[in-house]
Design a binder for this molecule. Structure first.
Ligand code: UDP
Length: 450
């Protein structure tokens, strides 16, 4: 009976356990990876903590979702600074994660920041793969940063502004101030996190959400240093859909954009974690107002320090944004960037936002807040030359000048042309037979041999 034979001969689907960081950008990417691997024939288990818990929709009925228990207070994600939160979360999850590894599993794939997974995988003799949701260059500079610290040459970071502007020897175009430090954390805490995320430890390979057309030299450097396969398989948002928004998207802004001329709107969005002081919001509003450009501005609830949203901002705020601005709590960002009316993106330069902007050929104004965002901003400005970085304190004059340079000047036009060329190259890299596509195939082949 051929039917019986069929079932008997069919190999069992290999099960992969995926462990995301509980924050919007990281989670979306992990789910995109999960979807891609599932389509290639793997069974998927997603292990989440209670923080920013993603409730699976109908799109994910074939996946298994499990919870890693820990005893951090509910408020920890909101109240702790991100680096401290990650350090504590890793400590907390170690024990209970092991209980989840009792079933038949082929491999564990974990976000580089969820490094607790490695010890558990090692104990169960399970292959483990690091998934870097930042980029290869940030990975490189975290290593550099560690070495500079070990050799005691990070002093310029603590010194006067003049020295901070100097280039780090041997690491053009990075200046001391672009190193992935954070105003939200001590050097020691950052280094502790990097110590755990940079080393390959026992991982069998690293997958990175990037493409070789963006960072070929950083990728070669990594490959040499890590001595395990490094697979640049991105941008994942171009190969898989993304039904994982933790916040409700306001789609009315698309209607608003539909009424605007081509390249006439600047989109302002600072990702899922950045916080602004009230005075920074006011300076931004004033600069946007006097730039005379239309703007679509995402102000996430809780992102203005000390305020639920924007209801308690000084009265001038509404006046400044009412004539040319449109404010939403959360936008369908990829769709907004793809809209013909959007001619520029004011961003904190998170890696997802950076890839999404390049993927739509939209040049950027870069206002990074911390860690890897500073490296991305420097690359946008000096390497890919599709960004203008706003440095120092946020004041209305600087905002107005940057917006005008990007939206009305010849300089902006040149950047737009370069951004469109880069978009074509990036899109080509995920097509059949191209670099990211091939890398993904090689990675899947490796997974099948485990
Ligand atoms: N995002 C969105 N709507 C918004 C703002 C952001 O969908 O209004 C998405 C954006 O498309 C990106 C993610 O949130 O995929 C932010 O990730 P990123 O790495 O840029 O920054 P992070 O949030 O990690 O700081």
């Amino acid at each position: 009976n051929s039917l019986v034979l069929d079932t008997e001969e069919k190999p069992a689907r290999r099960r992969l356990v995926l462990v995301p960081v509980p924050a919007q950008g990281h989670l979306s990417l992990m789910m995109q990876l999960a979807e891609t691997l599932h389509l290639k024939g793997f069974s998927i288990t997603v292990a989440q903590t209670k923080f920013n818990y993603f409730s699976p929709s109908d799109d994910f009925t074939d996946f298994q979702f499990v919870t890693i228990t820990e005893s951090l207070p509910e408020s920890a994600f909101k109240n702790l600074k991100p680096i401290m939160f990650l350090l504590k979360l890793n400590k907390e999850c170690q024990v209970s994660f092991k209980l989840l590894l009792q079933q038949d599993i082929s491999c564990v794939i974990y976000n580089e920041y969820m490094y607790f997974v490695e010890a558990a995988a090692k104990e169960f003799n399970l292959p483990n793969v690091i998934f870097s949701t930042t980029n290869a260059t940030a990975f490189v500079y975290r290593s550099v940063f560690k070495k500079l610290y070990a050799n005691n040459i990070l002093a310029p970071l603590k010194d006067s502004k003049g020295q901070q502007d100097e280039l780090v020897p041997g690491f053009h175009p990075l200046r001391y101030k672009d190193l992935p430090t954070s105003i939200f954390s001590s050097l020691e805490n950052i280094l502790q996190l990097y110590k755990n995320t940079v080393d390959k430890r026992t991982a069998s390979s690293v997958i990175i959400n990037t493409a070789s057309c963006l960072e070929s030299s950083s990728l070669s450097w990594l490959q040499q240093q890590l001595e395990i396969p490094v697979f640049p398989i991105g941008p994942l948002h171009m190969v898989a859909s993304d039904p994982t928004s933790l916040l409700e998207e306001n789609r009315n802004c698309i209607e608003w954009l539909n009424k605007k001329k081509q390249n006439s709107v600047i989109f302002v969005s600072l990702g899922s974690l950045a916080l602004l002081e009230v005075n920074e919001v006011m300076e931004t509003a004033s600069g946007l107002d006097s730039s005379n450009q239309h703007f679509l501005w995402v102000i996430r609830p809780g992102s203005v320090r000390g305020s639920e949203w924007i209801e308690h901002l000084p009265e001038e705020f509404s006046k400044m944004v009412s004539s040319r601005g449109y404010i939403v709590k959360w936008a369908p960002q990829k769709e907004v960037l793809a809209h013909p009316a959007v001619g520029g993106f004011w961003s904190h330069c998170g890696w997802n936002s950076t890839l999404e902007s390049i993927g739509e050929g939209v040049p950027m104004i870069c206002k990074p807040f911390s860690t890897d965002q500073k490296v991305n901003a420097r690359y946008l400005e000096c390497v890919w030359r599709i960004g203008i970085q706003v440095e120092g304190e946020l004041d209305r004059g600087a905002v107005e000048r940057a917006v005008k340079r990007l939206m009305v000047g010849e300089e902006g036009e040149e950047m737009r042309k370069r951004a469109i060329c880069l978009k074509e190259r990036l899109r080509a890299s995920v097509r059949d037979g191209s670099s990211s596509h091939n890398s993904l195939d090689e990675f899947i082949h490796l997974m099948r041999t485990l």
